[in-house]
Design a protein around this ligand. Structure first.
Ligand SMILES: [Zn+2]
Length: 830
């Protein structure tokens, strides 16, 4: 029983964890929290990715219905593109996780995830469920239903229409429908029942809309027998905002996806189609037939009576007037037998008590970071801004539970402050997203600790508990130990207090490509997490690669300081790939990790501690031409990658595109989605095409067909489509085997298409003028051949090449064949 309790506490208390500026509730916000305190119903919204969720519905249930509302996103969105910075894959997943949490802070929802990894676009649910471990993802959905205990589940997607949308989408609905049945079945995932109980949700809906019917007309005609329809366009006078306005603010947190949205006012209909459970005539409320009042729990009626008085008599000019009743209700909540509601409601009521008293509690570490075994000063602040008699009995910090017992009365608006030393245990884990701590598979994250599954982020490691006495009633308040500082531009800035490794080792790049057997220098940067660190660095690699010297010593006097150590590396004569693993030895411990920091204004500062490695690839590659002009689009690492194989790359600002400026380049390469994001290209397109006509070589990488800034992408007719090949191992057939692109200066063979990552390519053209030569053909399973991945045409004296092949994904992964094919594209006509 003890174990169950601690897990429940962990699950619910830490659903938002990383340091944010503390929320300070106004009287109207306190009132809204009281309304929510008096509603005992829960909704779980289920979909596949960050951005799938309908924020209008989440806000509506949280703010209008006052329900506990959560979004379960099966994945963290690692497979998408990043519109605001260079992070992709796991790092992008961390950003999107935080964007969802930022969205929930606005719309009032909670956030959960499964261990499923967003491995990239998937066309069918069958494929998705093969790459994911179906059973594990299903078990996670069941686990979250058993823990969160929703009365109602709403799926974003339709479980009955595989193939009509992203395979992850349909899979999310299929698994949700299955989990609805399994959550209450004792023989399903019985190991979970050691930690939680079975649970049967009452109803399951599909959040349908005209989009799923293809048109407004088709939707009009749909049989709406099982539909529930309601207006989510409500206005909240307490917030001064309409529900769609809140939803837009929430959705606008998805900045890495460029989903800034503008809210609207007025009626906004939503439709839910009943999939499981029953619904009677009249049907307006998803909670119809479900007791959502305090009387749903044994011993709740009395609490409900007190709290409805608090709600009715709430004084917006003096919320502290509610304190005696709130404290009395808290005492009764603590006595509830129902463990689940006891934990949820005591947490909610404590927040309301603190806010009503104008109580401010904080625990701030003197440094942003510390290493295991270190000591750090923590400063506490406690202040009561009400006339209610509150005594501060004790403050305790964990993990080592040192404490002080001030035993003082917190008088109205008179602050108390004290310091205590926190000893970080030697065994402490470093602060990093928990799902990245172990190596997973393409489709799954590996999480060894069951308690963490489902949580959006790693629970804070260091906590302070303030034990306060409210007129004889002791109430403990738990706070994360944070770090804060004043930023000269942004003002008061909060961060999580982090446990970091004593040393970390980073390389400038993730991959180094050698186009000859000439030795090159590599730099390893060692950063220390504490004062006076001495040690030795060795770089381990594959046998044929020679690294000199064998080891280097380092000494870093100050915490946060770093040194750069240089090594020379000589590749073997033949084509070869290897990984360098750095081993920094300090005393008797060896460290092979790097710290990755992610800093954006809209999300809390993130530190990831990841395995440090550097991929080395020696290519047998030939090149013609030297000078490349690069016009950046939405952002990719293609320029750096081309530099790696010896090209001179000049980034050209779109405004500087002129006939004269392009002349000197052997090829001009256009970055991904440039024609979607660079307005200026509309005016520069004739110049680019003229460059080709006069003998230039223009290589255009993929764009989407929505929002194209120019309607003549190419010198001849070329129509973009949504054709993509998502299987990175799909067979590649040569349509023009004798074409220079496959022969000169590098002979391309099938082997060059081995070991690709994530996908072959996307948004291929599906119609083109006869002047174009399609070079390659490929397709996903059970689809027709797609021939538009690489198209080349002679125009005037030069060449125009359009390619949807995802070089931007292959280059950073060091895929040799991708480099060779690109070198041929640059070399054409030379
Ligand atoms: Zn999606």
């Amino acid at each position: 029983m003890r174990k169950v309790l601690s897990l429940l506490v962990l699950f619910f208390l830490y659903s938002t964890l990383q340091a944010q500026a503390p929320t300070k509730l106004s009287a109207s916000e306190i009132y809204h929290q009281i309304e929510k305190l008096n509603f005992l119903g829960s909704v779980l919204y289920v979909a596949a990715h960050p951005d799938d969720e309908n924020t209008r519905l989440i806000s509506y249930f949280s703010n209008e219905k006052n329900a506990r509302t959560a979004y379960l996103s099966l994945t963290r969105g690692d497979g998408g593109q990043n519109l605001i910075g260079p992070q992709i894959r796991e790092e992008l997943g961390v950003i999107r996780t935080q964007e969802l949490l930022a969205a929930r802070r606005i719309d009032g929802g909670q956030q959960f995830f499964t261990r499923a990894n967003d491995f990239g676009y998937s066309k069918t649910a069958d494929e998705t469920l093969e790459v994911w471990n179906r059973d594990e993802v299903l078990s996670d959905v069941v686990w979250i239903i058993r823990k969160f205990k929703p009365d109602v589940i709403i799926n974003r997607f339709d479980h009955r229409t595989p193939g009509s949308t992203h395979g992850h989408h349909t899979s999310s609905a299929i698994l949700s429908v299955e989990a609805f049945e399994l959550a209450n079945n004792k023989s399903a995932f019985p190991d979970q029942l050691e930690f939680t109980e079975t649970h049967q949700p009452e109803k399951l809906f599909f959040n349908t809309s005209p989009w799923f019917y293809g048109s407004e007309e088709a939707f009009e005609e749909a049989n709406k027998q099982n539909f529930l329809q309601f207006d989510t366009g409500v206005y909240f006078p307490l917030k001064g905002l309409s529900n769609p306005e809140i939803a837009a603010l929430s959705r606008s947190q998805h900045r890495s996806q460029g989903f800034g949205s503008t809210g609207s006012r007025g009626t906004q209909e939503e439709y839910l189609e009943l999939i499981k459970g029953t619904m009677s005539e009249g049907k307006e409320d998803i909670f119809e037939g479900i007791n959502t009042s305090w009387s749903r729990i044994e011993g709740g009626a009395e609490i409900g009576k007190i709290l409805s008085e608090v709600e009715e008599n709430f004084d917006f000019t003096n919320p502290a007037a509610s304190l005696p009743k709130l404290v009395a209700a808290y005492q009764l909540v603590k006595e509830l037998d129902n463990e689940y509601w006891r934990e949820i409601k005591s947490k909610e009521i404590k927040n309301i008590i603190a806010a009503s008293a104008g109580l401010y509690l904080e625990a701030v570490a003197e440094n942003a970071t510390a290493t295991p075994s270190e000591e750090v000063n923590v400063r506490f602040e406690a202040i009561n801004r009400s006339d209610y008699a509150i005594d501060l009995r004790k403050v305790e910090i964990s993990p080592n539970n040192s404490s002080i017992e001030p035993d003082v009365t917190l008088k109205n608006n008179t602050g108390w402050s004290e310091e205590l030393i926190l000893h970080i245990p030697k065994s402490s884990e470093v602060t990093s997203p928990y799902w990245l701590n172990e190596e997973g598979t393409t489709g799954m994250y590996k999480v060894g600790n069951r308690e963490l599954i489902g949580l959006p982020e790693t629970p804070a490691h260091t906590k302070a508990v303030f034990y306060l006495d409210f007129n004889g009633v002791e109430i403990p308040f738990q706070k994360e130990v944070v770090y804060k500082y004043n930023d000269n531009v942004f003002g008061e800035t909060y961060r999580s207090f982090e446990i970091v490794p004593p040393v970390s080792v980073a390389f400038d790049e993730n991959v180094m490509i050698f186009d000859s057997d000439q030795k090159r220098q590599i730099s390893a940067r060692i950063t220390s997490g504490k004062d006076s660190v001495q040690g030795t660095l060795v770089l381990d690699s594959g046998e044929n690669w020679k690294i000199k010297p064998e080891s280097r010593n380092f000494s870093i006097p100050q915490k946060g300081g770093s040194v750069t150590l240089n090594f020379s590396i000589t590749p073997p004569a033949d084509q070869s790939e290897t990984y360098i693993i750095p081993k920094a030895k300090v005393k008797n411990e060896v460290y092979s990790v790097k710290n990755v920091h992610i800093e954006y204004q809209h999300i809390p500062y993130q530190t990831l501690v990841l395995p440090s490695e550097l991929k080395l690839a020696k290519l047998d590659i030939n090149k013609k031409g030297q000078q490349i002009g690069y016009i950046e689009g939405a952002g990719d690492v293609v320029p750096e990658s081309l530099e790696q194989i010896g090209y001179k790359v000049t980034r050209i600002s779109p405004v500087d595109i002129s006939e004269a400026s392009l002349k000197r380049f052997d090829a001009v390469v256009i970055g991904i989605r440039a024609y979607n994001v660079v307005e200026e290209l509309k005016y520069k397109q004739p110049i680019l095409l003229n460059y080709v006509k006069n003998g230039g070589n223009l290589i255009v990488q993929y764009n989407t067909n929505r929002d194209l800034k120019s309607d003549n992408l190419a010198p001849y007719n070329l129509e973009l489509s949504r054709d993509r090949v998502t299987d990175e191992n799909a067979e590649v057939r040569f349509l023009a085997a004798d074409h220079p692109l496959l022969n000169s200066p590098n002979k391309i063979t099938k082997a060059d298409f081995e070991n690709w990552v994530q996908e072959r390519g996307l948004y291929f053209p599906n119609k083109w003028a006869p002047e174009f030569t399609p070079v390659l053909s490929m397709n996903d399973k059970e689809e027709l051949p797609r021939d538009g991945s690489l198209l080349v045409a002679k125009y005037g004296e030069g060449y125009y090449i359009y390619t949807g092949i995802s070089f931007f994904r292959q280059f950073p992964a060091g895929v040799p064949g991708a480099y060779k094919l690109f070198a041929n594209m640059i070399s054409i006509g030379k």
